[in-house]
Design a protein around this ligand. Structure first.
Ligand SMILES: *[C@@H]1O[C@H](CO)[C@@H](O)[C@H](O)[C@H]1NC(C)=O
Ligand SMILES: *[C@@H]1O[C@H](CO)[C@@H](O)[C@H](O)[C@H]1NC(C)=O
Ligand SMILES: *[C@@H]1O[C@H](CO)[C@@H](O)[C@H](O)[C@H]1NC(C)=O
Ligand SMILES: *[C@@H]1O[C@H](CO)[C@@H](O)[C@H](O)[C@H]1NC(C)=O
Ligand SMILES: *[C@@H]1O[C@H](CO)[C@@H](O)[C@H](O)[C@H]1NC(C)=O
Ligand SMILES: *[C@@H]1O[C@H](CO)[C@@H](O)[C@H](O)[C@H]1NC(C)=O
Length: 448
């Protein structure tokens, strides 16, 4: 502890403080390295207006991401608009909430030339190797490189690659290299452009497709030999649901999923795995233009709708608890301050160090992050106390008087588990806020 203390200096970055009441373009122009996206957005005043008026997470590829595109972009105005729309996700999603559970968030992209998903095409927000990551078409990964920048309509995450707008199901299967599935579809005659299968996957909205990709059911599979076209089509239709799209966030034990064959599949969840009928879901969530593709390990059988997985104690007693891990739980505790619970109410925060009042002008650091650096000794022992003033802002106007809160920042002597607001290991702190619940706390706390 003694070794630790002098090294630690707490920095509270009050992101919401000054930023939360500023419009998106003002905030973006203050950031380095994202001028390409900012330039595109400047050409789209309608989108800017939507952003400032709503509650969004804007996912912004940096300039390097745009330079890395291997084609000239954009080809035309429609493509530009579609791509920008696909980078704007509904609701505020602080980076600390990524990866706690599967999260598929609709975007503004609903242009029928690109997507046929009710409510808008989705992005997946996840976490890989502790890095908040966004997955898009063909499981393209964009890592968040700078998280949780607030503006009046929500928050911004800067990412390291441009999203891939999800493409059609057949194109996804091919590009993802799901060769056993391609072979199996070919055996069923489903790849024939005149097959009803082709029009199903290309023209219907909101599909969930369970596609087997397994060497046992690839080029050498003979189990379908001799089946009539009608039988083959019934297998195909029994593998597809239309309506609610079953992303992995919707997986739930005992769910009945009505298929195009008019008989339902049954979902079963064991400790570690999810099954539809007896088939295990082996790869989750290829987002496609009109829904999602879930990969399973054997074909579904419309003649055996009662098939269920055999779950032995061996493979069901795994440690893969569905509950949140302790670290994830801590993440929630910390993130709670940054979660917008809905409504147009935004509360901007002002945090000052009570004992060593350091006043930085309203400009703060470039007007975005208002930093408060405490010296280690003073900050660590006894626990520092901060005064937190909140004020409510609606549409840029202050609607309520400033409210005053006192916050104590606690931290254990030795950080027992990381605080992962931005994917980097941090010491744990806990912040207790009293008073009526603020709706939107734009802050991050970190040890520097
Ligand atoms: C967007 O999020 C809001 C809540 O933040 C919700 O009420 C609304 O239904 C969402 N819209 C879509 C299309 O998901
Ligand atoms: C879809 O594409 C066609 C042909 O390029 C174009 O005429 C049409 O306006 C587009 N639709 C939308 C909604 O942008
Ligand atoms: C989208 O889906 C609907 C209903 O499933 C269908 O009628 C429509 O033609 C589809 N649109 C496109 C562009 O495929
Ligand atoms: C289902 O069973 C019927 C009757 O036995 C059979 O004719 C049909 O080929 C079977 N269908 C499939 C897809 O196996
Ligand atoms: C899933 O549902 C089945 C049938 O209701 C039940 O036997 C099983 O215990 C459930 N599994 C879990 C993990 O809840
Ligand atoms: C569980 O493991 C056994 C062999 O260890 C295997 O035969 C069985 O198919 C497995 N069940 C599931 C549901 O994976």
């Amino acid at each position: 502890m003694l070794l630790f203390q002098p090294l630690l200096a707490i920095t509270i970055s009050v992101i919401g403080c000054l930023a939360a009441d500023q419009d998106i373009l003002t905030i973006l122009r203050q950031q380095n390295g994202i001028s390409t996206f900012t330039g595109f957005l400047e050409q789209l005043p309608d989108v800017v207006e939507i952003l400032n008026g709503g509650i969004f997470s804007v996912l912004i590829p940096n300039d390097d991401a745009f330079s890395a595109l291997d084609k000239d972009f954009p080809e035309d105005d429609e493509e530009l608009l579609a791509l920008i729309q696909y980078h704007i996700a509904n609701g505020t999603h602080p980076s600390a909430t990524f990866g706690l559970e599967p999260l598929f968030v609709p975007t503004l992209l609903s242009n029928s030339n690109y997507t046929n998903v009710t409510g808008g095409q989705v992005v997946e927000m996840a976490k890989f190797n502790d890095t908040p990551t966004i997955l898009t078409g063909i499981k393209a990964e964009s890592r968040v490189v700078e998280a949780d920048i607030f503006f009046i309509g929500g928050l911004i995450h800067i990412v390291d690659s441009v999203f891939t707008i999800p493409i059609s199901l057949p194109a996804t299967i091919t590009k993802a290299g799901l060769n056993n599935l391609v072979a199996l579809l070919n055996k069923g005659g489903f790849l024939n452009p005149s097959s009803p299968a082709a029009s199903i996957v290309n023209s219907l909205s909101d599909l969930t497709v369970f596609g087997p990709d397994d060497p046992r059911f690839g080029p050498t599979f003979e189990g379908w030999d001799g089946l009539s076209e009608a039988d083959l089509l019934s297998i195909f239709q029994y593998s597809i649901a239309q309506g609610e799209v079953y992303y992995s966030s919707k997986f739930k034990n005992d769910t009945k999923i009505m298929t195009l064959n008019q008989t339902p599949l049954t979902m079963t969840e064991s400790a570690n795995d999810v099954f539809v009928d007896a088939a295990q879901i082996t790869t989750r969530d290829y987002i496609v233009s009109n829904g999602v593709l879930q990969i399973i390990n054997s074909p579904l059988d419309p003649n055996n709708t009662n098939a269920r997985p055999v779950i032995t104690p061996e493979n069901s007693s795994g440690s893969g608890s569905k509950g949140l891990s302790a670290a994830a739980g801590a993440g929630i505790g910390i993130a709670i301050g940054a979660i917008l619970l809905g409504g147009a109410l935004t509360i901007a925060l002002y945090i000052r160090n009570k004992r060593r009042r350091r006043t930085r002008g309203p400009q703060g650091i470039r007007g975005v992050h208002d930093r408060l650096d405490g010296e280690s000794q003073e900050v660590i022992d006894p626990p520092p106390t901060y005064e937190l003033d909140t004020k409510s802002i609606r549409g840029g106007r202050t609607v309520a008087a400033t409210t005053h809160h006192v916050i104590e920042v606690h931290h254990p002597p030795k950080p027992p588990s990381p605080l992962e607001i931005d994917g980097t290991e941090r010491s744990r702190i806990s912040i207790t806020i009293t008073g009526s619940p603020p709706r939107h706390l734009g802050f991050q706390a970190r040890y520097d």
